[in-house]
Structure formats: C-alpha cells, structure tokens
Write a protein that binds this ligand. Structure first.
Ligand code: SF4
Length: 89
C-alpha cells in the first residue's frame, strides 16, 4: 500500500471479488470508509508502533463459497445482524 501510494492518485479496494471503496490516496490513508479498508490501513506497519503488528482476523473466503450477505461479515468488527443476510450496494 505504501509503495503503491507513491505512484497513483486514486485507490480502489476490493474484497472477495467486489469493489468496496474508491477514493483518493490521501482519503484512503486518512479516512477510509469501508471496514475492510479501515482494517487494511490499520494493519500497515508504522514507525510509531514498531514491532506491533495488527492483522485482520480470519481468512479471505473462497470465491466459490462466499458467506451469505456481506462477504466481509465474518471478519468485520462493525458487523450488524443484517449484514449476515443483506449484501450492501
Ligand atoms: S459486515 Fe456489515 S458493517 Fe461490515 S462491511 Fe459488511 S455491510 Fe459493512
């Protein structure tokens, strides 16, 4: 992500084959909107938190057997009950 940010103006984040967020590089790094994009940004190594690594819990799903509703719901820290059945636009 850090290397890519030096070469592009806009960034797109995909999860399980779907586009979940598009924004400028600055906005993606300072104010990501989608919980997966937020988790990606939080997982980047930083000089301030040397030695501390915060990964994203769980594993990416198989594209052949996606979870119901929002495909990110098993890993999302903002999940609501409705996320298990409704897929957001
Ligand atoms: S699980 Fe719900 S809150 Fe989390 S990304 Fe999906 S729709 Fe959004």
């Amino acid at each position: 992500m850090g290397l890519m940010a030096q070469f592009v103006d806009k960034v797109a984040v995909m999860y399980a084959g779907r586009l979940v967020e598009v924004s400028t590089v600055r906005e993606m790094f300072t104010d990501p909107k989608h919980p997966y994009a937020q988790a990606l940004i939080r997982s980047l190594p930083s000089l301030e938190n040397k030695g501390v690594f915060q990964g994203i819990p769980g594993l990416a799903p198989s594209l052949l057997r996606l979870p119901s509703g929002c495909a990110f719901h098993p890993r999302c820290d903002k999940m609501l009950e409705s996320c298990k059945t409704l897929r957001p636009e």
